[in-house]
Design a protein around this ligand. Structure first.
Ligand code: AGP
Length: 605
């Protein structure tokens, strides 16, 4: 949460930072601010509101300088107001912070800061502690301060008497950095760096970097110079814009056929799934007795689909645990439990902490991550990257379906490792997986039809989504999508469970979305649909193209899905559900990409 940017060079830092903050705004958008440092001192411009509001304020205040730091905030400590916006300043120190300082109260007391702080934030306390320790050597002050901090932090710091220099240090919260033509840049993620260069590095935890017009230096906390491990952006840089779509979410939905191809094709060799490049030994897929998936939100929903696949096709037990609950349920994981951590950002702290705990218990681990070099990728034994490219909309779409694609590949590789399938079975599975992009294209080609069908939902207060088995798993995700971007209360419900209480909520004012894609569940699902229709509910039905529909005249809203083998119907159905949520939000005139109260990367527990 929160986006941070730092730039030093020869160009106007204000413009560079405002542009970068717009790219980082998806990480938090409660307030925004920049600070510029030059020979005449430090000038801060900040305010509650969006980056566009900050841009307007900058036109008035006209800050000047070629070295600066900038921040876009998702509020944790202290409300949304101008004073709590970053950068914060104390004495000779100006800083921005992403993360949470858990012991800020103790530090306030210890350094007698009560009454001296201008904001209610934990971040300003860090500036004050730095000021306390600063005697002209930034590295020493940072080292001493960091040793006092408990919590997570990505800090970018400017010292009044060090013009042209930006220092940064982190624990858990991410910082990436790069050298530009005439200076250097740091950011919370590569999105803000790619306009300058495709070469970057992830700042290791508890290492201090210094950016100047000469480049970047890095030291560990003992003061020893450290080597930089350079990475290269390996996605098409032109993909980072909106590509002519009104919102990133639509663009990212439309990109799915392509990114699914990019995720699966490099991992199929001689018709078999292959994780050789990832170095994943077959033994861990063959010998594990159970699997535990840890993830949050959409990524957890992908895990639920994985559970259905693996239990049905491999026959081993799979638990899917909300990462935020993992530690509090006395998890039973051991060397026989393969832990799969799923995360788009690779920075979700709940998932990261759960993964670290599982590793301490001796579990082998694979992570499925989108962002290269992210903390979860580095904390797991093996990593499979989804090649979704940057996902900017807060609502996850292409990351979800590429996570699913990886879970299909893992299922197939497990079957190979355990010698469970004949060659014919394997070929049929892989061929069907390779058909996913074209099937998704077919759904996307009918997006206007889906748009028209959303009319019944637009003014609803509550929406129910019902289905069984895999259909229920898909709907959990479809429902999350709808509620997070349309603010309509929506619940996915296992349709057989409705009659045990929740059906009391169904009236003629409660639109119901039903998904029926699984042959073995079809008749029971239709019975459940009849039950809600009898209570007056209007049902929007998602059904396979080749499925006959009894009393077809009675159905006002039916969307036909291109046909795949049942385990793969998740893919076309998910795309349709994403589009439903998208069009409802769009037609309500909401900010589709930046829904209220949310942030893309969740680095607080
Ligand atoms: C869904 O649209 C959300 N963006 C959210 O549920 C997200 O999937 C969750 O916060 C996990 O994020 P991660 O994949 O980056 O770990």
């Amino acid at each position: 949460m929160c986006g941070i940017i730092g730039y030093t060079g020869k160009d106007d830092a204000k413009e560079i930072m405002l542009d970068a903050l717009e790219l980082l705004e998806y990480r938090g958008y409660d307030s925004a601010g920049i600070a510029l440092l030059n020979e005449n001192g430090t000038q801060i411009v900040k305010r509650a509101g969006r980056v566009k509001d900050l841009r307007n304020l900058c036109k008035e205040k006209k800050p000047v300088g070629c070295c600066g730091i900038g921040h876009t905030r998702w509020a944790t400590h202290g409300g949304v107001c101008d004073e709590n916006a970053h950068p914060h300043r104390f004495g000779r120190i100006t800083l921005i912070h992403n993360g949470i300082i858990e012991n800020y109260r103790e530090l306030t007391e210890k350094y007698a800061l009560e009454g001296k702080l201008a904001s209610e934030t934990d971040s300003e306390v860090v500036a004050a502690v730095l000021e306390h320790f600063y005697e002209g050597d930034p590295y020493s002050a940072i080292r001493k301060t960091v040793l006092k901090l408990k919590g997570t932090f990505a800090l970018a710091i400017m010292f009044d008497d060090q013009p042209g220099k930006i220092y940064a240090v982190r624990n858990v919260s991410p910082i990436v950095a790069a050298v530009t033509e005439d200076g250097a840049i740091l950011s919370s993620d590569v999105a803000a760096i790619v306009p300058f260069t495709t070469d970057y590095f992830v700042v290791p935890e508890f290492h201090v970097i210094c950016l100047s017009t000469d480049g970047i230096e890095m030291f560990d906390l003992s003061g020893d110079k450290a080597e930089i491990d350079w990475l290269k952006v390996d996605w098409d840089v032109s993909r980072s814009g909106k590509g002519g779509y009104p919102f990133y979410m639509e663009k990212e939905i439309m990109e799915q056929p392509q990114v699914i191809k990019e995720t699966i094709l490099p991992r199929i060799r001689d018709g078999k799934p292959d994780f050789g490049k990832e170095g994943i030994p077959d033994e861990i897929l063959r010998d594990c007795k159970r699997i535990c998936v840890i993830a949050c939100g959409t990524a957890m929903h992908a895990g639920l689909v994985g559970k259905s696949l693996i239990q049905a096709m491999i026959g081993i037990h799979v638990d899917v645990v909300m990462a935020s609950e993992f530690m509090y349920n006395d998890p039973v994981v051991d060397k026989d439990t393969l832990v799969i951590a799923i995360s788009q950002s690779g920075e979700t702290i709940d998932t990261l902490e759960a993964l670290k705990f599982a590793r301490k218990c001796g579990s082998p681990s694979i992570s499925i991550v989108n962002v290269k070099g992210a903390s979860i990728a580095r904390a797991s034994e093996y990593v499979i990257y989804t090649n979704a490219g940057p996902e900017i909309a807060v609502a996850s779409t292409k990351a979800y379906t590429t996570q699913l694609a990886v879970l299909y590949l893992i299922t197939a590789r497990m079957a190979v490792a355990r010698k469970l399938w004949s060659d014919e079975q394997l070929t049929a599975f892989i061929d069907e997986l390779c058909r996913v992009p074209e099937v998704m294209e077919a759904v996307l080609a009918k997006k206007e039809e889906i748009h028209r069908l959303t009319g019944t939902i637009l003014n609803a207060k509550d929406v129910f989504m019902i289905g069984r088995g895999l259909d229920y798993s898909i709907l959990l995700e479809g429902s999350l999508k709808l509620k997070e971007i349309s603010y309509i209360h929506s619940e996915a419900y296992a349709s057989g469970e409705l009659k045990h209480g929740t059906i009391a909520l169904i009236t003629e004012d409660t639109p119901v979305i039903a998904v029926v894609t699984q042959e073995k569940l079809k008749s029971k699902e239709f019975s459940n649909i009849r039950e809600v229709q009898s209570r007056g509910a209007r049902v929007l039905l998602l059904l396979k193209e080749n499925e006959e529909l009894e009393e077809s005249g009675q159905w006002s809203s039916v969307f036909r899905l291109p046909v795949m083998e049942d385990p793969f119907m998740v893919m076309p159905a998910s795309v349709a559900l994403q589009l439903i949520a998208y069009y409802v939000s769009l037609d309500k005139g909401l900010d589709v990409d930046k829904p209220r109260n949310l942030a893309k990367v969740v680095t607080v527990e």
